[in-house]
Design a protein around this ligand. Structure first.
Ligand SMILES: NC(=O)CC[C@H](N)C(=O)O
Length: 163
């Protein structure tokens, strides 16, 4: 997955990373562009010195049961000037379904954004990264939620229309 994300980023191949796919794109970007060779998700290396993806449960941090961020949650677009906001018909927010425990580390956002990765969708607290884009790329998009859950035959969820 890491190599696929790298290849797509460097060769301007369309990339839609869903959930772990978004997390992988952040790890790959941190390693290749920021030069943080040890960047990782806490899920894969709990001791990583550069945790760009961390355990961010909605419930308890110590119990696996009921810690998943699950079901429909709101994502607010941070700017109308991005690919995904346009795909979602210039809505101010979208409600998509979630199923995960790990998320992009909010403490690393400014570093990632200074290097060109932009977080164009966040939850209402501003702490949970929901959508990323790479403006220097024709279509490099990551979504923490699962747009496929609301996709239907003949009525695909918006992000798929961008590929
Ligand atoms: N559905 C997914 O891709 C979730 C996996 C992911 N590593 C998590 O945050 O739990």
């Amino acid at each position: 997955m890491m190599l696929a994300a790298k290849y797509a980023r460097e060769n301007k191949v369309p990339y839609l990373g869903i959930c772990l796919g978004m997390q992988i794109s952040v790890i790959e970007f941190a390693r290749s562009v920021l030069g943080l060779e040890t960047a990782n998700s806490e899920e894969f290396d709990a001791e990583t010195p550069n945790p760009v993806v961390i355990f961010m449960p909605e419930g308890s941090r110590t119990h696996m049961g009921s810690t998943m961020r699950l079901g429909s949650r709101r994502t607010l677009f941070q700017t109308p000037d991005c690919i995904t906001a346009k795909l979602y018909h210039n809505s101010e927010y979208v409600e998509e379904r979630h199923r995960h425990r790990y998320e992009v580390n909010p403490d690393m956002i400014s570093m990632l954004e200074e290097a060109g990765l932009t977080f164009v969708g966040k939850d209402e607290s501003g702490k949970r990264m929901e959508i990323l884009e790479l403006p220097s790329h024709p279509f490099y998009v990551g979504v923490q939620f699962h747009p496929e859950f609301k996709s239907r035959p003949g009525r695909p969820s918006a992000p798929f229309l961008g590929i």
